[in-house]
Design a protein around this ligand. Structure first.
Ligand SMILES: [Zn+2]
Length: 233
């Protein structure tokens, strides 16, 4: 009877531990999702800052080039001879072409800033949504985790108390079976006279001994401790 009680508590402990594992997994998945969004947003913001800086530099270069062009154009109207005239117009043409290139680069950069800023807005609302969704679920899971931890503490206490009152040899055998590959350490002999776990045949002699409850009999097939089917916790 003590072994059966212990077995029942051990099954509860296994179930609670499984629930706790699932709970912790979901909690860590929830924070992983939010964390990766936050990381992505941070990267995007820093990229946006760089792009804006580059655009400002470009605008300044355009202004400088413009000033230079006006200066050269002033020179064109004040030339003394043909040679100075063609030198000044050539320089002005080069500056104009440079200016066009720079202006196009700035426009491209500004377009990139705008696109990136659009992506930032999208990402911010995705993050907001994720936080909104994760918040209540996280609270729920944290409460469930607390509940399971409390239940596990109680179950472990109960197990300890039961184990203390048990005969050491019986407890040792039981623990050894459970430490093996099987979570099941006890099985009833069925009405057909076989082990309730692995269905190995149990001899009449063994069956009588089991029913007398004098000593512990293990199944010859799987090693679990056998008990009469009419015995129940
Ligand atoms: Zn068996």
């Amino acid at each position: 009877m003590q072994l059966l009680q212990l077995h029942a508590v051990d099954q509860q402990i296994l179930e609670t531990e499984q629930g706790l594992r699932e709970c912790r997994e979901e909690l860590s998945e929830l924070s992983d999702g939010v964390l990766s969004l936050e990381d992505g947003l941070e990267q995007l913001l820093s990229r946006l800052q760089d792009l804006r800086l580059e655009a400002r530099h470009g605008e300044r270069a355009v202004e400088d080039k413009h000033v230079a062009l006006i200066r050269v154009q002033g020179r064109v109207s004040n030339v003394q001879n043909e040679r100075q005239y063609s030198a000044a117009t050539l320089e002005a043409d080069l500056l104009k072409s440079d200016l066009r290139t720079l202006e196009n680069q700035v426009l491209d950069k500004l377009q990139l800033v705008e696109d990136t800023d659009g992506r930032r807005k999208e990402m911010e609302s995705t993050l907001e949504e994720a936080l909104e969704q994760a918040g209540p679920r996280r609270k729920e899971m944290a409460a469930q985790q607390k509940e399971l931890e409390d239940a596990l503490a109680i179950q472990n206490d109960r197990r300890e108390n039961l184990a203390l009152r048990m005969e050491k040899r019986a407890l040792g055998l039981y623990d050894r079976i459970r430490a093996g590959k099987s979570e099941v350490a006890l099985a009833p002999i069925t009405d057909e006279g076989v082990c309730g776990y692995c269905h190995t045949f149990v001899t009449m002699q063994q069956r009588m001994e089991v029913e007398q409850l004098d000593r512990l009999i293990s199944c010859e097939g799987c090693g679990v401790i056998l008990y009469p089917s009419n015995l129940a916790v």
